[in-house]
Write a protein that binds this ligand. Structure first.
Ligand SMILES: *[C@@H]1O[C@H](CO)[C@@H](O)[C@H](O)[C@H]1NC(C)=O
Ligand SMILES: *[C@@H]1O[C@H](CO)[C@@H](O)[C@H](O)[C@H]1NC(C)=O
Length: 464
């Protein structure tokens, strides 16, 4: 009676148990000389369950590829002392442990991404490029390539230190002057250079500040497609993000024009803006809707400050390159009007917006499930609040509270991957087979509540 995926998982977990070792209190003493990739999980955590089959695949593939990385998982609730020593704060937490060093994995939880991370981080912090041929080969393979060029030097030591820390983000290479391709001419040797955007840029201690700051700011292409996850990663560079919000599936002339405007600025004004801005385009406004709360049209141009959740919109139409450059300059010199922000009012507004978006999307995709998830609790609570709220003619405040409670339950840490997680969360109750029988009976009862739920949804729509 098992559905095929469940059967596969079942087979997998019995056949390849050894590829993922269940760790216990002895781990701290026995792990010493090995490199470990560990998932810290909680038995009740839905995302952990979702990760489980992926985790076995990761274990199996690393083992079969002959990787020295050992894969394990640890019940962080059972061994909470040890987990907190490793700095585990949410579930699941994925860490690569290498001697004294612990590297956090924050990327998408797919097999390929996790394996790429394990291979990159478990290897040497700086990889040597022994020949020009190898150098050129890597230039083709990596869209952003950091290379130290030269012999032993204090700069090289610094480079190795920084690489040891930032290997979680990208690869680091080194080459001797002889291996340098002819297409590159460096003003001095030794140098640290980044090859990207069909060009290359060298690190200048006086202009660029510390090497790690510079690497952090240069580790993305100057212009790139942005999704929710990239946006979060870009934010970590401390730069503002200038985005053409367009419709990729049905690009109008305006979409194409705005996208190419941003692309041109990214390339031609790199000198001017690269230090403070990252450029790109985004398909639709879904990823940033909780940021801008539906207040940005598609297509349009928006600049986001992910550190304080402010955003900037051009005053008028961006008809020319000059308009756009003027707008960006205005943001830079502080004369442009900032919207949003992380003040308390904005935060409540955002929470309400997110909650409403979540509820609406559930109702849209599955009204019955929507009622089951939200209708019942909302119904009960709103009955309780009914007397108070209606009398005061302040329905907004009451609803805000409700929504806050809903979203507060989500782990703060998970916010960054909100979209994905929300989807995952919603799958939860459906996927649990035990409850299916009961659920069906209850669904009938819930049908009555449905009316109420929809009213609620309609009300929420009005609150903008
Ligand atoms: C972006 O936010 C940070 C953190 O609050 C702030 O220091 C910075 O000035 C902001 N940048 C702009 C251009 O508003
Ligand atoms: C800021 O930049 C804008 C656009 O370039 C310019 O019009 C404005 O005069 C500048 N303001 C200040 C205070 O420098």
């Amino acid at each position: 009676m098992l559905s095929p995926p469940a059967a596969v998982v079942c087979l997998l977990s019995s056949a390849v148990l050894a590829v993922v070792e269940e760790l216990d209190h002895t781990f701290k003493d026995t792990r010493e000389n090995d490199v470990w990739l560990v998932e810290f999980y909680a038995p009740w955590c839905g995302y952990c369950k979702k990760l489980e089959p992926v985790w076995y695949e990761v274990g199996a593939e690393l083992k079969s590829s002959g990787s020295p990385v050992r894969v394990g998982k640890m019940d962080a609730t059972a061994f909470s002392g040890m987990s907190s020593e490793f700095g585990v704060r949410g579930y699941p937490t994925i860490k690569l442990l290498k001697g004294e060093l612990a590297y956090n994995y924050k990327g998408p939880r797919t097999k390929d991404d996790i394996i790429e991370f394990a291979n990159r981080v478990s290897g040497p912090a700086v990889r040597a490029l022994p020949s020009t041929q190898m150098f050129e080969h890597m230039m083709k393979r990596h869209s952003v390539l950091f290379v130290y060029v030269g012999g032993e030097s204090p700069l090289k030591e610094k480079y190795i230190d920084v690489a040891t820390e930032l290997i979680v983000y990208t690869y680091f290479f080194s080459a001797s002057e002889e291996a340098l391709p002819e297409s590159l001419s460096l003003p001095e040797i030794p140098s640290v250079v980044v090859l990207k955007d069909d060009s290359y840029f060298t690190y200048d201690e006086y202009e660029d500040g510390s090497l790690s700051t510079w690497i952090n700011k240069e580790r993305f292409q100057g212009y790139l497609p942005i999704d929710g996850f990239t946006l979060y990663e870009l934010g970590e560079t401390g730069k503002l993000v200038a985005i053409a919000v367009i419709n990729d599936k049905d690009p109008s002339e305006e979409c194409v024009r705005l996208k190419s405007l941003i692309q041109t600025v990214a390339k031609d004004y790199r000198q001017h803006f690269n230090r403070d801005f990252q450029f790109g385009h985004m398909d639709g406004s879904d990823y940033i809707n909780s940021f801008i709360m539906g207040e940005v049209k598609v297509p349009s141009i928006v600049i986001l400050n992910t550190s304080n959740e402010q955003y900037f919109l051009p005053d008028g139409p961006t008809d020319s390159l000059d308009d756009l450059v003027g707008f960006i300059n205005g943001v830079l010199n502080g004369s442009a009007q900032a919207y949003g922000g992380d003040g308390i009012v904005q935060r409540l507004k955002r929470i309400a917006f997110d909650a409403r978006a979540t509820i609406m999307s559930v109702f849209r995709s599955s009204p019955v499930l929507g009622c089951f998830l939200f209708g019942l609790p909302l119904g009960v609570i709103s009955l309780m609040c009914y007397g108070i709220c209606t009398a005061d003619s302040e329905p907004d405040a009451g609803e805000m509270e409700l929504m806050k409670r809903e979203t507060d339950e989500e782990d703060e840490e998970e916010e960054e991957e909100g979209e994905e997680h929300r989807a995952a969360q919603l799958e939860g109750p459906e996927g649990e087979e035990e409850e299916e029988g009961e659920g069906e009976e209850e669904e009938e009862e819930e049908e009555e509540e449905e009316g109420e739920g929809e009213e609620k949804a309609a009300e929420q729509k009005k609150t903008d």
